[in-house]
Design a protein around this ligand. Structure first.
Ligand code: AMP
Ligand code: MG
Length: 403
């Protein structure tokens, strides 16, 4: 059997190579509505206090706390959104709603549940201390305080904070544009009938879903036949409007595996084999400085190599420094036979039983069997050196989803 001329890199070395070619994209300014999921590319310092005025935390009455319990005169009302000029004096109270500014003279709020109102008089049934149910100026955020740091991922709370500080837009790293191409004469569109020897293209759709999950935008390049001219045309057209190109198929040792020589001709191939299972023929190149991932064709191989190499690159390009999946030690529920030469990434379901984590594989680990990934929430990382791990043994699990 002919040997591939490409040196066999370890997973760790291959990932290092990929990350040296994945730099954060130039930041862009985006409106509030488009910020969810993006990574912040600026430091956000509060230029105003939050809350901007001492505000009632409950519906009730603004009081002078030292008055204690007893009947008081109702002298006015302070609703949220405006400021009344009434001043609370000892023996008097002002009706107040949540979020309204505390009127002058008052130093506490008594919640409505601890009061009885009758005929312009209010009975305070329980004394409060000064400051009770009042949110002081700047108690959430003081002027000059750092609210958000560059590199932080923007979720609902972060977007809300920007809005409350008066931001209408923020500087963020853009979503990388990722062109996705399937290759192979046997591939048909999912909606098309398949003839003898043909199968439906699944990689393009699973990989585009993976790109979205990793925060990228997709450009669908369709299917290219195994013809050097057609492949070259698609690759260069694809790279034109994209930051990254992801292809699948055409990188193993068959006579129509044309991608490696093509990438070598038009760019630089940084590696063409990785010591892992599945995914050994994974190829990584750059063309005009843009990363190109030529993933293996088998559906599971392409998704596992996406997870291990493409996702870290896409997260890095988005300014995310915290892209690593959580790794936990789990106990095997059954024996696993595995490849003694390569790092093997076994699809598994990790579950918690009485506080301990257990893992069972998803059945046959054939690299064509997408069902081995369906429902899996972890990849078990089995190092080379042995051929089996026994039930009860501890192994490392890379968590892809909540346990
Ligand atoms: P290749 O590396 O091109 O020889 O492909 C390896 C295996 O993966 C073959 O069985 C292909 O039919 C299959 N394959 C390649 N590309 C796809 C795809 N886009 N969708 C589903 N299966 C594919
Ligand atoms: Mg092929």
């Amino acid at each position: 059997m002919p040997e591939s001329p490409y040196p066999l890199l370890s997973v760790a070395d291959a990932l290092r190579v990929v990350l040296t070619h994945a730099a954060p994209l130039a930041p862009v300014q985006r409106p509030l509505r488009e910020l969810a999921g993006r990574v912040l590319a600026e430091e956000v310092v509060a230029h105003a206090a939050l809350p901007p005025f001492a505000a009632a935390a409950k519906d009730g009455y603004a009081v002078v706390a030292a008055d204690g319990a007893g009947w008081r005169r109702l002298i006015g009302e302070q609703l949220a959104g405006a400021v009344t000029d009434v001043t609370v004096v000892p023996g008097a109270v002002v009706r107040i709603t949540t979020g309204a500014p505390l009127p002058a003279g008052a130093d506490a709020v008594v919640m409505i549940e601890r009061t009885v109102e009758h005929d312009e008089r209010v009975q305070i049934t329980e004394a409060v201390t000064a400051g009770a149910d009042v949110r002081p100026v700047g108690s959430d955020l003081a002027v000059g305080q750092t609210a958000l740091r560059s590199g932080q991922c923007l979720g609902p709370a972060e977007v809300g904070l920007l809005a409350s500080l008066g931001y209408t837009a923020a500087w963020v790293y853009p979503a990388p544009r990722v062109a996705v191409l399937s290759t192979g004469d046997e591939l048909r569109e999912p909606g098309d009938a398949v003839g003898p020897g043909q199968i439906r293209d699944s990689n393009r759709f699973s990989l585009m879903a993976a790109v979205h999950e990793a925060g990228g935008q997709t450009i669908d390049l369709g299917v290219a036949r195994d013809r050097p001219g057609e492949l070259t045309a698609r690759v260069s057209a694809g790279l034109h409007g994209a930051d990254v190109l992801v292809t699948s198929g055409g990188v193993s040792m068959g006579q129509l595996d044309l991608l490696k020589p093509l990438l070598q001709m038009h760019g630089t191939v940084h590696f063409g084999r990785v010591n892992m299972k599945p995914g050994k023929p994974l190829t990584f190149a750059t063309i005009a400085g843009k990363p190109v991932f030529a993933l293996p064709g088998f559906p599971v191989s392409s998704l596992v190599s996406f997870e291990l190499f493409v996702r870290p690159a896409l997260r890095t390009m988005q300014g995310d420094r915290n892209w690593a999946r959580p790794r936990v030690t789990v106990q095997l529920e059954h024996d696993i036979r595995h490849d003694p030469q390569r790092w093997e990434y076994v699809r598994a379901v990790v579950r918690r039983v009485d506080g301990a984590l257990f893992a069972a594989t998803t059945g046959s680990q054939s690299s064509g069997r997408l069902l081995s990934l369906v429902g899996a929430n972890a990849l078990l990382e089995l190092p080379p050196g042995t051929a089996a791990v026994m039930a009860g043994s501890p192994v490392t699990a890379m968590l892809l989803a909540a346990v």
